[in-house]
Design a protein around this ligand. Structure first.
Ligand code: ZN
Length: 164
């Protein structure tokens, strides 16, 4: 299994034996501790920095447009999902580790497994999220009312039940 790590993995100090990320994630780490954790992971061989192919970036960008996540997702996170998608196509068992709801939502739409950083043994404020019963869109736990995308009911679920 390879963990595809976004910035929250390094910010929280989570980790795994085999991790990959894209250069943009490391460049955007603003805390010194987070940068140090990433550097140590690279030098110990646990973390590899790989860039996705442009065709996979284009594929994820199209999926983000369709799902309405384009406005909420950074270019770096798009590239990270493209990398996950490319590795999965190559036969790797990948898990996208991220606390970002748009990343989780898109991972799910792309058929990729994802895991909130909370499940890597790190204490976070919420272990719950709301999930639309119609389209599967993920919302933060404080979301009230129906799905703004498809109008279906949104139910509270423990994050560990929400694996693609
Ligand atoms: Zn919905």
């Amino acid at each position: 299994m390879i963990v595809v790590a976004d910035a929250s993995v390094f910010i929280a100090g989570a980790g795994a034996e085999r991790m990959v990320t894209v250069r943009g994630v490391l460049e955007e780490l603003s805390s010194r501790d987070a940068r140090l954790r990433a550097e140590v992971a690279v030098s110990s061989g646990r973390l590899k920095v790989i860039e996705p192919s442009e065709s996979h970036v284009a594929k994820v960008r199209r999926a983000a447009k369709r799902s309405g996540d384009s406005a909420r997702i950074s270019d770096t996170d798009l590239r990270l999902l493209a990398l996950a998608s490319e590795l999965a196509e190559g036969g790797e068992e990948v898990v996208v580790m991220s606390d970002d709801y748009s990343v989780q939502n898109l991972a799910s739409l792309l058929g990729l497994r994802f895991m909130p950083v909370a499940e890597a043994g790190i204490k976070r404020r919420f272990a719950w999220q709301r999930v639309c019963t119609g389209c599967g869109r993920v919302y933060p736990p404080e979301h009230a009312g129906k799905c703004s995308f498809c109008g279906s009911a949104v139910k509270l679920r423990r994050t560990r039940e929400r694996k693609a």
